[in-house]
Write a protein that binds this ligand. Structure first.
Ligand code: UD1
Length: 374
């Protein structure tokens, strides 16, 4: 059976790579887990490995933080010799972080087939570093695993070959369902003095929201207004922590350290409202049926708006406060997108192994050469 390298680098990668690894290994593939080291704090990294039952990485590149160029360059130079030594049949990258792009680039140049899990998502906001990562990673990939029909449609519109596009569902939801029972048994609410259904949960870490102190102050003011109605808990990402010190925190907004996976799922599942600028949380709240306000001007996950509980509210404080009041009074109904059923990892493993096992096939690299423009 083939050797397949699975790459993870940052917090939102860990829960996406786990179901793919499990499905590949259960079908007999040899999986090598490479961790780039983009996230390294215990709260951003270690707790996810223990919560998810993810084995320690087989290779750790130890690249750490830096500017985008520094971080990308470090992953490129560290991954290249590891890939050459491992000589896998394929590399699987997940999500849209810098490590995803860097490892896809190394593999593509080495002639190793790349599978991209979470392909085709587009915010159409080129100011987001993740949007650059998404578009370029897809272009470098041989197999494009889309979580939702909008992702597959984006890829078709961009001219990708039909053979490359696999609509497989959402691996993040695989992991959510696999761990929901354990998460609900967590004492995270009790530890934080919260009662189920009587608090709001917030996260903020996008550069566009937290790097500018005026923008962050407006968002924090809005959270403070919401906190007049019910307590708002904000687990603080390291990027946000330093900025918050300059902005001040209103009464009612409770800052807590970044939560582990199980605790954070527990906090989401029992929240009356979630306010976030994360990508994955838009999906998890939809699967859980919890109302979500996305504090951004765009989303690469529009299916959570049309078939979920998400509302794209923007960054205007008054609009956030007004929408929160409306949603608290009249929450949206739970709906779940097709194929968000806990089996996306299995579909990915089947498609990847079929691709690798096909004796005569058109390499999608060849197909890409004939890509039409939309
Ligand atoms: C990255 C991803 C983002 C994802 C987020 C989840 C990119 C471009 N962005 O953003 O898509 O939503 O992860 O958290 O890849 N830091 C620590 N400890 C850590 C990691 C980071 O203190 O373990 C601090 C460092 O000061 C670092 C900063 O956080 O400079 C930002 O980390 P970085 O990995 O560059 O991006 P994130 O904002 O975490």
């Amino acid at each position: 059976m083939p050797r397949i390298v699975c790459v993870a680098g940052a917090r939102p990668n860990f829960m996406k790579v786990k179901p793919v690894m499990d499905a590949l290994e259960s079908r007999g593939a040899e999986v090598v887990l490479v961790h780039t080291g983009q996230h390294y704090d215990a709260a951003m990294n270690d707790v996810f490995f223990s919560d998810l039952g993810l084995r320690p990485p087989d290779r750790h590149l130890g690249t750490g933080s830096g500017t985008h160029a520094e971080q990308t360059a470090r992953v490129l130079t560290a991954f290249e010799p590891v890939l050459a030594e491992l000589a896998p049949a394929a590399v699987v990258v997940v999500g849209d972080v810098t490590s995803t792009l860097a490892c896809a680039l190394v593999a593509a140049k080495a002639g190793v087939p790349v599978g991209h899990v979470e392909a085709g998502l587009r915010s159409r906001d080129w100011d987001m570093p993740e949007e650059v990562n998404r578009v370029v990673t897809d272009r470098l990939s041989d197999l494009l695993f889309a979580p939702s029909p909008d992702g597959a449609a984006n890829l078709r519109a961009e001219g990708y070959h039909a053979d490359q596009i696999h609509l497989v569902g959402n691996v993040m939801i695989d992991t959510l369902y696999a761990n929901l029972g354990r998460a609900l048994a967590s004492d995270a609410l009790h530890r934080n003095g919260l009662a189920a259904g009587e608090y709001a949960l917030a996260t903020l870490h996008r550069p566009a929201n937290v790097d500018d102190t005026d923008m962050l102050a407006g968002l924090v003011r809005a959270l403070g207004e919401v906190a007049r109605q019910l307590p708002v808990v904000l687990p603080v990402h390291p990027r946000t922590a330093a900025q918050l010190a300059q902005v001040g925190v209103p009464d009612g907004l409770r800052l807590v350290p970044p939560a582990g996976y199980l605790d954070f799922i527990a906090l989401q599942a029992s929240a009356r409202l979630v306010l976030t600028d994360s990508g994955g949380i838009q999906e998890e709240t939809t699967a859980l049926g919890v109302p979500c306000l996305t504090l951004r001007d765009s989303t690469e996950r529009p299916i959570t708006l049309t078939e979920g509980t998400n509302i794209l509210v923007g960054r205007d404080p008054e609009r956030i406060v007004a929408t929160a009041a409306r949603v608290l009074a009249d929450p949206p109904a739970k709906r779940s997108p097709a194929l968000w059923d806990g089996h996306a990892g299995a579909r990915i493993a089947d498609a990847l192994l079929a691709y690798l096992g096909a004796s005569t096939r058109l390499r999608p690299t060849d197909a890409r050469g004939t890509m039409t423009t939309a």
